[in-house]
Design a protein around this ligand. Structure first.
Ligand code: ATP
Ligand code: MG
Length: 256
């Protein structure tokens, strides 16, 4: 599809095209396209930029990943379609493991996503086929399957675009859960330990940069960043920001 270079919604349209391509290739599910649409709506509300509340969460997320004994990045179809290269970069700089973790799990989708990640440079991809042999307690069906070398034993899990139930189940297992979710009101956003309210296409590269920066700092400084971090406050800031921004826009409309 041709999108004119000066089209005002070009960036957003290009992102959509990547998802549609993933859908055509069979690793993005139709539900993933709908989920993205919900995300786009919230992106519109925050003005399609990485805001201060997201920067705070990105910093805390970087510190948590660097302090972790066993950090894992969970990857689904949308994440593979949008930010496979950044996932691989992040896994290398932390370093962290990469695991395919699907809500709608089929062997074919697992393999396709693992291939996308390998083409992006991943050396090892967990959670494919027999490797997803462990289960998360309290969850049903294929959604509960994880790798015994990955998410099962992880202390910190980055779950870009995860659903609320699984986020809650991972928290109950005592894990630190980092979510990337444009909707500050979602259950995922509320259950996560650290919620980055930003578009995954901006948040992932920013997270890689932050890890590169914080990697040079002493552990004590990273621990202090985590101690000072308050996720409910960050979520409240996101909701307040949207409210304020909408009021301002309403004011401009009334004056126009
Ligand atoms: P929950 O179960 O947590 O309440 P939900 O049911 O509202 O969440 P789902 O439809 O399961 O949400 O998943 C979509 C979520 O992913 C939405 O909250 C949406 O904001 C978010 N999302 C979709 N695309 C992106 C993206 N590119 N970047 C960040 N977040 C996104
Ligand atoms: Mg949900």
């Amino acid at each position: 599809m041709f999108i004119p270079p000066n089209h005002p919604r070009r960036a957003s349209l290009l992102v959509r095209e990547k998802l549609v391509e993933g859908f055509r290739k069979g690793y993005v599910v139709p539900e993933g396209l709908i989920a993205h649409g919900r995300g786009e709506c919230f992106d519109y509300l925050i003005g399609e930029e990485t805001r201060d509340f997201a920067r705070k969460a990105i910093k805390a997320a970087a510190a948590a990943m660097l302090l972790a004994r066993h950090p894992v990045i969970s990857v689904n179809g949308n994440t593979a379609a949008l930010v496979a290269e950044d996932v691989v970069r992040l896994a290398k700089v932390v370093p962290a493991k990469i695991e395919v973790n699907l809500f709608y799990r089929t062997r074919e989708r697992e393999e396709l996503i693992a291939n996308v990640l390998r083409e992006a440079g991943a050396d090892e991809v967990l959670g494919v086929g027999e490797d997803a042999s462990a289960t998360i307690p309290e969850l049903f069906s294929e959604r509960r399957r994880v790798s015994p070398r990955g998410i099962l034993v992880a202390d910190v899990v980055l779950v870009p675009l995860e659903d609320g139930d699984r986020t809650e189940a991972l928290r109950r297992m005592g894990k630190t859960v980092i979510a990337i979710d444009l909707n500050p009101l979602s259950r995922t956003a509320r259950y996560a330990s650290i919620t980055i309210v930003d578009n995954i296409v901006r948040a992932m590269p920013a997270l890689v940069e932050e890890v590169e920066l914080l990697k040079k700092k002493p552990r004590s400084e990273l621990e202090e960043i985590l101690r000072a971090y308050d996720n409910n406050r960050v979520l409240a800031e996101a909701v307040e920001y949207i409210g304020r921004r909408l009021s301002e826009i309403a004011g401009e409309l009334l004056r126009a």
